[in-house]
Design a binder for this molecule. Structure first.
Ligand SMILES: Cc1cc2nc3c(=O)[nH]c(=O)nc-3n(C[C@H](O)[C@H](O)[C@H](O)COP(=O)(O)OP(=O)(O)OC[C@H]3O[C@@H](n4cnc5c(N)ncnc54)[C@H](O)[C@@H]3O)c2cc1C
Length: 383
């Protein structure tokens, strides 16, 4: 059959493009090399709990159009992301706000908190001779002072990047969002929540009526003949590619760098409440994981279908990892070297006028879900 567009990747970017192109009357087919749709927002149900298989995903946006768009496919609950940081036996609310400062210094007012932060910043600048921060450690110390840096930033950041803060560039932390109010809501966005019934159903609804081939890798199954892209008996005029741009070109210019993650999920049928919160960050470097997710608390510990309390729990430990070919690339490393290499891949991409690169891997950019939807809608509007 002759199709208009082959969409590589049944993640959020690919699914929005597929649906919108179909609405425009285009014939589209979607492939994905994974055994399931939804890419990294895939959720599956384990003992009545929606488990976020590729890490905690909280939908948040201030973009009204995107919020209305995604609400066509699901209802959202009223979850507000309020992570807790654990440093030894000390527990701190995040983001940095009056609850954090009050616990750290046993103080009560914003003036007291500001006074301590200003004093610690001045001391750190003097002790470390910081004028222009040369690395992430100096940057964090000159923004937050010693206590917050050492207890809440240092170990967590070093684990995330696999490097000492002194060997990381200052620009990774441009500013620290201090809040001098008692407010644990991590995001500033107007709309926020977790989809009732998980994320996978959103993508499944977007892909309704569209042929989808899973376990199908573009590089192994698609060829080019007479200017058209061929997959078995099917031909396509153009391609939307949401996989890695460097992989598409067989790493011709060298590989881009990514950070990866390893998820270790544990079912605990005898434990009803493991940590009392959906997300707990572990900020000491000696603890090998960065956070533990207790999935049931994205839905307040209740079954989203029956409203009944769920017995037992499921937790996931998240371990940062260096990325190697064959592993899942989660985060692009947006330093100068990789940005320059990505620009050279973009130049190569200009020689492929019938391939459009999109999504987090095609554009080598960290994207939140709302930004992915916005980018996909804009892409299709321009086609
Ligand atoms: C740990 C983590 C936590 C996050 N938390 C949040 C959050 O709380 N809130 C938020 O808004 N966003 C969050 N995000 C971002 C969110 O995951 C992304 O915005 C979204 O998943 C990107 O969608 P995508 O379609 O671009 O990419 P993906 O979901 O990666 O989809 C790309 C798809 O393409 C397929 N593919 C790749 N190459 C090929 C090939 N050669 N052939 C066939 N198929 C191929 C892949 O298998 C994949 O399914 C988080 C991301 C991570 C990593």
């Amino acid at each position: 059959m002759d199709y208009d567009t082959l969409i590589v990747g049944a993640g959020l970017f690919g699914a929005v493009c597929a649906r919108e192109l179909k609405q425009k009357g285009r014939r589209v087919l979607v492939i994905d090399r994974r055994p399931h749709p939804a890419g990294n927002i895939y959720t599956c149900r384990v003992n009545g709990i929606w488990v976020h298989q590729y890490g905690a995903h909280i939908f948040h946006t201030s973009d009204r159009k995107v919020w209305d768009y995604v609400n066509q496919f699901t209802e959202f609950n009223h979850y507000i992301n309020s992570p807790v940081a654990r440093y030894g036996d000390e527990l701190y609310n995040l983001p940095f706000n009056m609850n954090t400062f009050s616990r750290m210094w046993n103080i009560a007012t914003p003036a007291q908190a500001k006074e301590i932060i200003d004093r610690q910043v001045a001391e750190a600048k003097k002790d470390y001779h910081i004028t222009e921060p040369k690395n992430l450690e100096e940057q964090a110390l000159s923004l937050a002072g010693r206590d917050i840096y050492e207890k809440l930033i240092k170990g967590y950041t070093e684990k995330q990047w696999g490097r000492d803060c002194r060997d990381l560039p200052a620009f990774i932390i441009r500013r620290l969002p201090f809040r001098f109010v008692y407010d644990n809501n991590y995001f500033n966005d107007r709309y926020q929540g977790i989809p009732v019934g998980g994320y996978t159903q959103i993508v499944e609804k977007m892909l309704e009526g569209i042929p989808v081939l899973l376990r199908t890798d573009y590089r192994k199954s698609v060829t080019k003949r007479d200017g058209a892209f061929c997959l078995g008996q099917d031909t396509f005029r153009d391609v939307i590619y949401t996989g890695m741009i460097d992989e598409f070109f067989d790493y011709r210019l060298g590989p881009l760098e990514y950070r990866s993650l390893r998820f270790e999920t544990q079912e605990l049928p005898e434990t009803d409440n493991f940590q009392g919160n959906a997300v707990v960050n572990y900020t000491e470097r000696s603890v090998p994981y960065t956070r533990i997710i207790e999935h049931k608390f994205f839905e307040f510990g209740k079954d989203s279908e029956t409203g009944e309390p769920i017995h037992g729990t499921v937790i996931t430990r998240e371990y940062p990892a260096a990325w190697q070919q064959g592993m899942e690339p989660y985060y692009p490393v947006n330093d100068e070297k990789n940005a320059a290499l990505y620009r050279r891949y973009q130049e190569l991409a200009q020689g492929e006028p019938h391939v459009m690169f999109g999504g987090r891997l095609g554009m080598y950019r960290y994207f939140d879900m709302d930004k992915v939807i916005r980018a996909a809608l804009d892409t299709v509007a321009a086609m």
